[in-house]
Write a protein that binds this ligand. Structure first.
Ligand SMILES: Cc1cc2nc3c(=O)[nH]c(=O)nc-3n(C[C@H](O)[C@H](O)[C@H](O)COP(=O)(O)OP(=O)(O)OC[C@H]3O[C@@H](n4cnc5c(N)ncnc54)[C@H](O)[C@@H]3O)c2cc1C
Length: 401
């Protein structure tokens, strides 16, 4: 991809003030990060690498126990043939993640594997989309089209269709990465206590994360990386997030299924073996929020596999696989209404609406007022309740951490 193919922001002139970065923090550099999933761990590590003292809090006794707790997650990038800023962001994120993995984690087939990802073209519409993407001028090291014969050779199992091959993609055991990211001398991990309130000290603008028994941690900034639970905190109550339940199924590998060399994706995915198991999934359920696995969704995952790679499905047992005997895991995804990532400084919602209210009458106005940010509060997940009002500063000012 050339720079010219990317749609850039206008080089000069008016810029929407609500996209401006907040002022750099000065003085004490301490952060409270709530949430020890992949988002919280990544941010904590990034701050720690820059010399910040970070306290990471999570309600579970171990890190990565919710959406980031699956045995194998697929690592690839979902692109569109239109080279927009989103494309640039997605590609940058993909490259950054791969570099981070190479630097931090041994590629040992337990923590992660750069085995390549085949995105199979399931129908004519997907075929057309893939053709557009393949013709868009991306490096073949990022993706290239392969026919059914080459796809079968790469995958090590017979496939009836070709697709896009992401040679640098693969799978990752997310808890391995999360734990490695959190392993840094500047990071203090405090597990097993839920944060019930996030409050700001009106005197110095610092933050305190409160638990049911009192303060858990303080910092000059606070980062909310609590996925769907972001709505429970006053500063971030209004962020529009949506829960989507997903279930993965784990299947015991067979001597034939162990031939699978790459991740296969279509409507769902199946991974090469890790610890004698393949992971397939994942279901999308908007109407349920429970975390119990169920036979129905195991059956859906099996049906997905039967369509994606019939030979592999047979190699794993085919119709003889009983969904009621399957094991797996269910968790909640956290998404924004437009499925775009949500990250950055948090605004005071009511003041923000007042500030930019003239846009409701004329969206072409070039307003210049700075966005009313809540000093020192950042959200990382895509993620709400009653109106934000600064709460009391807790009587106990020294956290028990
Ligand atoms: C079934 C399934 C399959 C998926 N497959 C893939 C895949 O193949 N590839 C891919 O890229 N992505 C995949 N995803 C999405 C990916 O897993 C998530 O996007 C990612 O893990 C989100 O990380 P997170 O840190 O934002 O959230 P989480 O991992 O959910 O972390 C949030 C953390 O905040 C903590 N927390 C919340 N409230 C509080 C509180 N009040 N006090 C203290 N702690 C709190 C929670 O305990 C949790 O640890 C999948 C998701 C699911 C559910």
């Amino acid at each position: 991809m050339t720079r010219g193919q990317l749609q850039h922001l206008p080089p000069s002139g008016w810029r929407a003030p609500w996209y401006a970065y907040p002022q750099q923090a000065t003085g004490e550099r301490s952060a409270v990060v709530i949430g020890a999933g992949i988002a919280g761990a990544s941010i904590a590590r990034s701050l720690a690498n820059r010399g910040w003292q970070v306290t990471v809090l999570d309600r579970h006794p171990r890190a990565a126990q919710e959406a980031s707790g699956n045995p194998q997650g697929v690592l690839y990038t979902k692109l569109s043939p239109h080279f927009t800023l989103l494309t640039q962001l997605v590609l940058s994120g993909y490259g950054y993640t791969l570099r981070t993995l190479h630097q931090l984690l041994p590629e040992d087939g337990v923590q992660w594997r750069r085995c390549g990802v085949l995105q199979l073209a399931g129908d004519a519409a997907e075929e057309k989309r893939q053709q557009g993407l393949a013709a868009a001028g991306l490096s073949p090291h990022i993706l290239r089209r392969v026919d059914a014969a080459e796809a079968s050779a790469l995958a090590g199992v017979e496939l009836a269709q070709g697709g896009l091959y992401f040679e640098q993609g693969g799978w990752l055991n997310p808890p391995s990465l999360v734990n490695k990211l959190l392993d840094h001398p500047n990071i203090t991990l405090r597990l097993g206590d839920a944060v019930t309130e996030l409050a700001q000290n009106p005197a110095d603008g610092g933050w305190v994360a409160m638990g049911s028994d009192g303060p858990l941690a303080i910092g000059s900034i606070a980062v909310v990386a609590t996925a769907n639970d972001t709505m429970q905190f006053d500063p971030t109550y209004y962020l529009p997030v949506k829960r989507i339940r997903g279930q993965v199924t784990e299947l015991a590998a067979t001597s034939d299924s162990k031939a699978l060399q790459t991740v296969l994706c279509g409507e769902g995915y199946i991974t090469p073996v890790r610890r004698d198991r393949h992971c397939l999934g994942a279901t999308f359920k908007f109407e349920y929020e429970d975390l119990e696995t169920n036979d129905t969704e195991h059956a859906e995952n099996l049906a997905m596999l039967a369509g994606l790679a019939p030979r592999l499905y047979q190699a794993l047992g085919g119709e003889r696989i009983d969904p009621a005997q399957c094991h797996g895991r269910a968790a909640l995804r956290c998404t924004s209404p437009d499925y775009l990532p949500m990250v950055g400084a948090i605004v005071d919602r009511d003041a923000f609406l007042d500030c930019y209210q003239p846009l409701a009458r004329d969206a072409s106005l070039k307003l210049s007022a700075e966005a009313p940010l809540i000093r020192g509060c950042t959200s990382a997940p895509p993620t709400a309740r009653a109106a934000w009002s600064p709460r009391r500063w807790p009587a106990k000012s020294s956290p028990a951490c």
